[in-house]
Design a protein around this ligand. Structure first.
Ligand SMILES: *Cc1c(COP(=O)(O)O)cnc(C)c1O
Length: 499
């Protein structure tokens, strides 16, 4: 098997192994790690068709995480995809209204982030062991609502690690906030910042880039890593479920072996859909990658005209995990589209930092023609959720709703009848308020847990453990800070507040 190494999208880092890339999170030059090439799947879909999720995950991940031994990787996979998930299938595929919903929300925190964040802590601690790291690894994470909880849940009381999560104080749903502030574990900290997700993400990146701070931490036996989707350890596990979905379609006789499918993904930081793109590069028969945005439609505009422009109002929507104007992982696609020219990526990213925008060349735009951008406003999103419920009884969350609405529009316009998988990224219970408003036609005057009972009453499946858990859980985290003071907050947590 070919050994895949990783290099930075900004060209300034010598190749590192998969485990080193996972440990570092972000490359030294501020770029993101990318595999030097995409290995091809070395299995036949028909051979894997009856296999369980873990076996499929292993066959996919081993191709990219080459310096993990079979035993190490299987051990990580076993620890990740166990009974934390409420179904043995891990990622069930549900057909409704002629489209396939890949339910990625059956893990601990009922959002798709669990798919990668339940394995990342194991990949990371294994990587530390392999590379002889003695430092404590502290995960710094910015969250638009779901990553934070899923990462804390994964790292909670994992020996040799700590985790600090920053979330936008007014930018998450009630359930998302409660899930975070009630997080258990002696090694977890949560900080609400006075700003939006982009402020949180930029703040974290700045801390990562501060060499002096890294030195100070090292002197104290600490090093930082990231659980955001900039970490390749997040991206690789996400490739597996697209393969798994294809195998299910094949097994059910819904597609022929080799027949292409479309994938439609509700997108924020561009991690999930990039994983689908990489799956395609590795040999998954994918036709179009439909990139669905909410009213923060930077990506839609980008795929339309080749200009990435974040100079616009940041809109708070009912799909908060997609309220993002700087989609970090797009840098990886940019890198591929310019023939892996790190210098060119550096130039564009500098323009993004200084002017808030950049323009790609016609050749780069052409390279991205597998992607189709679309967006749904709040009205379209709610109407889609309602129409799906009315015609099938199936209830989707507000993020999946954006994708469903965008897909409906795409199909109407293009008449493309290719079988399509929609990444269903959260349980409707996580955004019960908005989902209920969509289905019942108006905002319900009810308490936060009454809406959950009501959602169950109108046909949502059993109330997940993740919701029951937070009902009476005590609030453990009350820290807040301005986005300019994030580093100070980290220092306070690590040095003054010895856990
Ligand atoms: C994070 C998230 C998204 C966006 O995923 P990206 O990989 O950031 O594009 C969509 N829906 C939900 C529910 C999420 O938590």
């Amino acid at each position: 098997m070919e050994v895949i190494k990783y290099k930075s999208t900004r060209g300034g880092q010598k190749s590192v192994s998969a485990s080193q890339a996972i440990l570092k999170g972000l490359a030294d030059d501020g770029g993101l790690f990318m595999p030097e090439k995409f290995p091809k799947f070395d299995f036949k879909f028909k051979e894997l068709m009856w296999k369980g999720y873990k076996e499929v995950a292993y066959e996919v991940m081993k191709l990219l995480l080459c310096d993990y031994t079979e035993e190490e990787l299987k051990d990580c996979i076993d620890k990740a995809y166990d009974d934390k998930f409420d179904t043995k299938e891990i990622a069930p595929l549900v057909k409704a209204d002629g489209v396939y919903f890949l339910e990625l929300f059956h893990g601990d925190t009922i959002a798709f982030k669990d798919m990668a964040l339940s394995i990342l802590p194991h990949l990371l601690t294994t990587a530390a062991k392999k590379n002889g790291i003695k430092n404590k690894i502290v995960i710094l994470t910015a969250t638009s609502g779901d990553t934070g909880k899923a990462a804390m849940s994964g790292f909670c009381d994992v020996e040799g690690t700590g985790i600090i999560v920053f979330y936008p104080k007014d930018g998450v749903s009630h359930v998302q906030r409660l899930q975070m502030v009630t997080q258990k574990g002696d090694n977890t900290d949560v900080v609400a910042i006075h700003g939006n997700f982009d402020d949180a993400q930029s703040g974290v990146k700045k801390i990562f880039a501060d060499k002096d701070f890294a030195k100070k931490l090292d002197e104290n036996g600490i090093q930082l890593s990231s659980a955001n989707s900039i970490n390749i350890g997040r991206l690789v596990p996400q490739i597996a479920y697209y393969v798994y979905a294809y195998l299910k379609l094949l097994d059910n006789g819904d597609v022929e072996d080799g027949e292409k499918i479309n994938v439609c993904v509700p997108t924020g930081n561009f991690g999930n859909i990039l994983a689908a793109y990489i799956a395609k590069q590795m040999g998954l028969p994918v036709n179009k990658l439909i990139c669905a945005s909410n009213e923060n439609k930077v990506l839609f505009d980008f795929f339309e005209n080749g200009v990435y422009d974040r100079n616009r109002k940041f809109i708070l929507t009912s799909s908060p995990s997609m309220d993002i104007l700087i989609s970090s992982n797009l840098e990886r696609l940019i890198y591929l589209s310019c023939g892996s020219d790190g210098e060119y990526v550096k130039k564009l990213m500098k323009e993004l930092a200084t002017d808030g925008k950049y323009t790609v060349t016609p050749a780069m735009k052409d390279f991205m023609k597998d992607f189709v951008g679309g967006y749904a406003d709040e009205g379209q999103n709610f109407a889609g959720i309602k129409s799906l419920y009315d015609s099938t009884g199936y209830i989707i969350d507000t993020h999946t709703g954006v994708a469903f609405s965008v897909y409906q529009h795409y199909k109407d316009v293009t008449k493309d009848m290719t079988s399509t998988v929609i990444a269903s990224t959260a349980s409707p219970y996580k955004f019960a308020d908005s989902v209920l408003e969509a289905i019942l036609g108006k905002k319900q005057k009810m308490g936060d847990f009454e809406v959950i009972d009501k959602l169950h009453e109108i046909g949502a499946p059993d109330i997940p453990r993740a919701i029951l858990e937070i009902k009476d859980a005590p609030v453990r985290h009350t820290r807040e800070c301005d986005s300019a003071d994030m580093q100070k907050e980290v220092e306070d947590i690590l040095f003054n507040n010895r856990r």
